[in-house]
Ligand binder design. Structure first.
Ligand code: AMP
Ligand code: MG
Length: 338
């Protein structure tokens, strides 16, 4: 599926992906921006000549020279997670020092942009054939959400509704086998507009977008740019404003741990972090939970996950890392298409 997700970029939506999407990374651009500070998180300091970057560079240089055993020992002393490959441990330790130094330094200079209170992970399952033709009209058959608190770094809520497909109500044998979702389950489910109303209510009840700042997070661009986009067209409703921006965790993971996009499949991300998939792959809720586990590990490792993709005029676009960190608007029923 991962490859398919990427292939879609050329098919149905016009993708403009810039490389300015590095989560938690400051751009090189001054004398002090050595290799060691490239991956410093976004902070209130916009100027690399600030002495804190010199300190971060020194700490990172020190971490770079540590053996795997030294890394594990230091992480353990700091009561940090000691799992994962050497590069993951290095990144974790650097992020810890970086965060400490930036926090100390920022304490005297006032708060920066407030971070999201919650991140809502979504992983749709949709109708499919073994070889979906490029113009295949996928219909969403499972709408799961897993809510992460960025403060407690825990999963604090889950939502799951199956959806009755309307264009093609009969699931292919391939789809049933892939997703584990049965014909009886979708026959008994509500059509998409009604499920979306429940989704809006669930988000509103949690005061997301009103009292709390939040954003969505997906594994790849497809969930919003393809599945939700097509479904809204099929159901004759507008694309919901509150789902216009999201964090594509594959991009965030690749940028943060400095790995190529070929190593950002969900199974690979879990594996590199020393985690195992829990549950049934291609169950939307289980996929969402596992994506949430990756996101939580990244947050613990010091990554400031930020919305990095958005839909605009039916197109998928990248959000540059320099854009202000805005939360999703409060969820509302999007209304029907004229
Ligand atoms: P995933 O999030 O990987 O479970 O995939 C989301 C949706 O993509 C599935 O519900 C299917 O509609 C489609 N899909 C995933 N993998 C495949 C595949 N190997 N062949 C065809 N469609 C797929
Ligand atoms: Mg899935």
């Amino acid at each position: 599926m991962e490859e398919r997700k990427e292939h879609f970029h050329g098919e149905d939506v016009n993708v403009k992906v810039s490389n300015g999407d590095n989560d938690s990374q400051l751009k090189p651009g001054s004398a002090t921006c050595a290799k060691e500070v490239e991956d410093a998180p976004q902070a209130s300091h916009s100027n690399f000549s600030h002495p804190v970057y010199k300190e971060i560079a020194l700490a990172n240089g020190h971490v770079n020279r540590m053996s795997k055993e030294e890394l594990r020992c230091r992480l353990s002393q700091l009561k940090l997670d000691t799992r994962g490959v050497k590069d993951v441990m290095k990144k974790r330790l650097k992020s810890h020092y970086k965060k400490q130094k930036l926090m100390q330094s920022a304490a005297n200079e006032g708060p920066g942009d407030a971070y999201y209170d919650y991140i809502c992970v979504v992983d749709f399952e949709a109708t499919c054939e073994e070889d979906n033709p490029p113009d295949y009209l996928h219909e969403i058959i499972e709408f799961p959400m897993v809510l992460i608190s960025t403060r407690t770094l825990e999963i604090v809520g889950t939502f799951q509704e199956y959806v009755k497909p309307e264009l093609c109500p009969t699931l292919s044998d391939f789809c049933v086998k892939l997703t584990g979702i049965t014909q009886e389950t979708v026959d008994a489910a509500k059509p998409f507009p009604l499920v979306l109303k429940r989704v809006v209510k669930w988000l509103q009840e949690r005061e997301l977008g009103t009292k709390y700042k939040y954003t969505f997070l997906t594994d790849g661009a497809w969930d919003m740019s393809k599945f939700l986009n097509i479904q809204c067209r099929v159901s004759q409703i507008r694309y919901p404003q509150f789902a216009r921006k999201w964090i594509n965790i594959r991009k965030s993971y690749g940028n943060f741990y400095k790995v190529p996009r070929t190593q950002t499949k969900l199974s690979t991300m879990l594996d590199k972090l020393g985690l195992e998939y829990e549950g049934r792959p291609h169950s939307g809720l289980d996929d969402s939970r596992n994506i949430a586990r990756v996101a939580l590990r990244m947050l613990r490792d010091g990554c400031q996950l930020r919305a990095n993709e958005h839909m605009h005029g039916g197109q998928l676009l990248a959000i540059p890392s320099s854009a202000p960190l805005e939360g999703a608007p409060s969820p509302r029923w999007p209304g029907t298409r004229k």
